[in-house]
Design a protein around this ligand. Structure first.
Ligand code: GSH
Length: 427
């Protein structure tokens, strides 16, 4: 067992940008909900991706199957995390991505804020830092509360929350911490199962009730199922479809999952797209301000520019979980290859403006050892959304995850082994 990597001291972050990231969280929650309701939009926007990306294609098939059977989701639970970087030159807070499935670290990130606050309480005056400048981090409380409220809406006191996990989960303490809060504060019991186990032990009753090992499931909380490697055989796909067809609350449902894909992020950044889903002009303007440049690969002007200046772009395939993006000269090589082949494989990628955050010296602690290095940070803001039919029960910002990584590394994830958990020091 190794401890989660963390930074010794919190990273400075401008208060105005922090406030903006919190303010847009409920707007993004609502946007995801609205987009998820537009089955045709999701299918059309992803139709080219479907042809070239076998994994996403199966998710899309599952979605069309649900559309065909007119599957309605009355209780809708979203536990999202929107990630941002602060571009140093433009001073803009730009969205990297919005995670609608398996948003990691709601359990541990608030502990790092507590750790930093306590360190500053004892040693802060020696280094001129004040513990009250670290904002409260409610991630575990709020996510547990949202899961508990979804369980309450489902309305069977004997039903359980099912946490769908990977067979070899390295980040299980983050999940356990959240489940412990759910049990201690709300007396809701969770069980943990892999997709293969659910295939073996799961069934649906004629009324749509999901049973796993004979126990009724009220809420399915996915901490697996976002990556192709989570589906090594047909068994895992069967389990996913089984849960999707059931009347249990899914976090996320297949339509929430697809609404969080990079292709949809890029579609939503097109002019006049947000207006399709949201009414409030101020809300729309706030979201748009956070959008980085995003393009599909059928935009020949931008391809030309990216081949000339690959350092200004990131090429992103439709994958979650980190570690899949293409940077630097590899952007050029891949774009030239795709151009030469003239295949439709280009639909598997989007291009995003590269963001250049401020680099600062940081102490990073890994496996008990402290290293000093130059680092950059990415701020994630959690959001929870719960709706039963027309009634919105929760729509709020739920704390944050600051991640810091050495500036020479392009990749971002803590779970993928690149970044450390951090918190923020407002200035
Ligand atoms: N299975 C792990 C978990 O449940 O914590 C990892 C899930 C995962 O990689 N989640 C992505 C994430 O939030 C979103 S799909 N990564 C943040 C990070 O690793 O820094």
């Amino acid at each position: 067992m190794v401890h989660a990597p963390f930074s010794l001291l919190p990273m400075t972050f401008p208060e105005s940008h922090w406030k903006l990231a919190c303010e847009v969280a409920p707007i993004f929650n609502e946007l995801i909900d609205r987009v998820s309701l537009d089955g045709k939009f999701l299918q059309d926007a992803l139709s080219r991706t479907k042809k070239v990306d076998a994994f996403t294609s199966r998710l899309i098939d599952m979605h069309s199957k649900m559309l065909e059977i007119n599957k309605s989701e009355e209780i809708r639970l979203g536990l999202h995390r929107s990630d941002y970087m602060l571009d140093e030159q433009t001073k803009l807070l730009l969205q990297i991505e919005l995670n609608t499935i398996s948003s990691s670290f709601p359990g541990l990130s608030c502990l790092v804020s507590d750790l930093h606050r306590s360190l500053l309480k004892y040693y802060g005056e020696h280094i001129g830092l004040d513990s009250s400048r670290i904002p409260g981090n409610t991630s575990v409380d709020k996510f547990a509360e949202a899961l508990a409220k979804a369980w309450t809406e489902y309305n069977n006191p004997r039903a359980l929350v099912l946490v769908v996990v990977q067979p070899e989960e390295h980040n299980m303490y983050d999940q356990h911490w959240l489940c412990a809060a759910l049990k201690e504060r709300h007396n809701v019991t969770t069980i943990r199962k892999t997709l293969a186990e659910i295939d073996k032990d799961g069934e649906i009753l004629p009324d749509g009730t999901l049973l796993v090992g004979g126990k009724e499931i009220s809420v399915v909380y996915f901490r697996a199922g976002y990556a192709p490697t989570d589906y090594p055989s047909e068994a895992e796909w069967r389990a996913r479809v089984l849960m999707e067809q059931s009347s249990a609350v899914k976090c996320p449902s297949i339509s929430y999952h697809l609404a969080g894909t990079k292709k949809i992020q890029q579609e939503l950044a097109k002019p006049n797209m947000l207006e399709r889903f949201l009414e409030n002009k101020e809300d729309i303007a706030k979201l748009r301000k956070c959008f980085a440049g995003l393009w599909s690969l059928d935009d020949s002007d931008i391809i030309k520019k990216a081949i000339e200046r690959p350092d200004l772009f990131v090429m992103k395939p439709q994958r979650e979980g980190g570690g899949n993006n293409i940077y630097g000269d590899d952007v050029r090589t891949n774009l030239l290859r795709l151009q030469k082949e003239g295949s439709e494989e280009d639909a598997a990628y989007i291009l995003m403006q590269r963001i250049f955050p401020m680099v600062s010296p940081t102490f990073l602690v890994r496996e008990g050892i402290c290293h000093k290095d130059h680092a950059i940070s990415e701020l994630g803001v959690y959001g929870a959304y719960l709706r039963n039919k027309e009634k919105v029960i929760i729509n709020e910002q739920c704390g944050y995850l600051m991640r810091t990584k050495v500036s020479s590394s392009n990749e971002g994830g803590v779970a993928a082994g690149f970044a450390v958990l951090d918190s923020i020091y407002l200035n």
